[in-house]
Design a protein around this ligand. Structure first.
Ligand code: DGL
Length: 276
């Protein structure tokens, strides 16, 4: 166990977590960050529970080794399939003084104040939908809300391959939105339950009726983290504050840096890392 100071670790299967990192840094630019994208093994959304858990645990261990006292799983699939086991089973053995937080809970919390019809939709990877994590979290927090999940297996591959702005993407964007709204026409709020989806936001908006609110997670996750650090000054004190951000990928750093610019709106440099 150690009480050394260090940066906040942000983990995603690939690029999606950059949309969360961007909002977190906007709100809390003073902290140092390490971003880790497991691009070589992305996407996670179609992988089994066990595999996502093993990959996520490797990433968390790596970020701990690199000195992060706090790690955010900026990936719904990892949050849905691995967070609870890591928090309850692994963390007490690895280092009980460190923390791992996810993105599902902060998103589930915000939805109660937004929906009027009390019918909401979740659009996410097949893994997140199959896990039913959103249904369970929302049921706990807002038992009167009716939740319908829609798996969108083609959205992450479109984004990871930088095809999300192409005309070919329209078909799959419209298809999943139509399927969701056919299953529950009373939906007035849709959670974009995958950190990749903000890149598809313009197209999703285009094919969604205008009375429906779309919830992108970055903003809510950033505010929830800031609130967490206010409530846990002991953790806030363990975070270094030089305003730096380093990027690590399990793929080729030059390809990562090029694609990351689309998610972040500015150019970066990336370094290679292996996970095992
Ligand atoms: N960005 C991840 C999420 O939020 C999923 C991407 C993937 O399938 O790897 O669920």
């Amino acid at each position: 166990m150690t009480n050394d100071k260090g940066p906040i670790g942000i983990f995603d299967s690939g690029y999606g977590g950059l949309t969360v990192l961007r909002q977190i840094r906007k709100l809390m630019p003073q902290y140092d960050y390490l971003y880790l994208g497991d691009n070589a093994r992305a996407p996670y959304g179609t992988r089994s529970f066990e595999v996502v858990y093993q990959f996520t645990l490797q990433a968390v261990r790596q970020l701990f080794q690199m000195g992060c006292p706090l790690v955010i799983l900026a990936c719904n699939t990892a949050s849905a399939k691995a967070l609870r086991s890591i928090q309850q089973r692994d963390l007490p053995l690895i280092d009980p003084s460190r923390r791992v937080l996810g993105v599902v809970r902060p998103t589930a919390e915000c939805v109660g104040d937004i929906t009027r019809s009390r019918h909401i939709g979740i659009m996410a990877t097949p893994g997140t939908i199959r896990s039913a994590t959103y249904d369970i979290e929302i049921q706990k927090l807002h038992p009167d809300i009716h939740v319908t999940g829609q798996a969108c297996p083609m959205w992450v591959p479109l984004i990871e391959n930088m095809e999300h702005q192409s005309p070919g993407a329209d078909y799959f964007v419209q298809k999943y939105i139509d399927e969701l709204l056919q299953r529950d026409p009373l939906i007035d709020t849709i959670i974009l339950g995958c950190t990749h989806y903000p890149l598809l936001l313009d197209k999703i908006r285009q094919f969604t009726p205008s009375h429906i609110q779309l919830i992108s997670q970055g903003h809510y996750v950033a505010h929830s983290l800031s609130d967490y650090l206010r409530r846990h000054p002991d953790m806030a004190q363990r975070l270094t504050r030089e305003g730096t951000c380093r990027f690590f990928t399990t793929e080729q750093p030059s390809a990562f840096a090029e694609s990351a610019a689309a998610f972040l709106g500015n150019t970066i440099e990336a370094e290679h890392i292996s996970l095992q």
